[in-house]
Design a protein around this ligand. Sequence first.
Ligand SMILES: [Zn+2]
Ligand SMILES: [Zn+2]
Length: 171
Amino acid sequence: MADTLKTLTCPACGKTMEKVFIPSQGINLDICTDGCGGIFFDNREFDKFDEKNEDVSEILKKIEGKTFAPVEENLTRVCPNCGAKMVKNSSSIKQTIQVDDCYACGGKFLDNAELIKIREEYENNEQRDEDILRYVYKNIGSELAEQEAKYANIGGRKTFVRSLFNKLTGL
Ligand SMILES: [Zn+2]
Ligand SMILES: [Zn+2]
């Protein structure tokens, strides 16, 4: 999906979100700079910022050192881009951080500070996925290992691993 240019309303606190252009990636992010400090990523945008070696300085400039309004993180949220109900998913097998995913448009909403915490979890996404696979094998066994081996390319494997994870955690 293309970068949305419309102004978004924060799904957590209802304030108008600020469009922040990220020159290094050539994309706009929506950040709730006047409210709760949440960040909305369009489909696939989050992949550009979730690993430690990826640059988030332009995002941090907007949120670091500021005090943001507290929000209720457990409420079901509505996607600010398409209006669908968002689904809470763990960012990893560690299950310490919950993010809001929109299955309709692929958007993702992170509460203030979650971006930093998610980046601290693993060195990179390969390690994140390996952790999921270890969990899967331990809990379901070799039958799925065979299926997984069929996915020769990284993209297909990644999608498969994530779908297993979502099924297992049931979040
Ligand atoms: Zn907000
Ligand atoms: Zn959506």
